[in-house]
Design a protein. Sequence first.
Length: 50
Amino acid sequence: MKWAICSNCNYVLQNSAPGTYACPSCEKTVPFFKFEAFCGAKPGKFYERD
């Protein structure tokens, strides 16, 4: 599964690679980060924010 998650509102795009996309929830173009669950992955940049 390849998912990308919005850096602002946590909206998830299924079958998408990380990158910059137009978020339907935020209604603007924002960066989307790679989202991995239940695969043994360590937290990445998305989880390091304040």
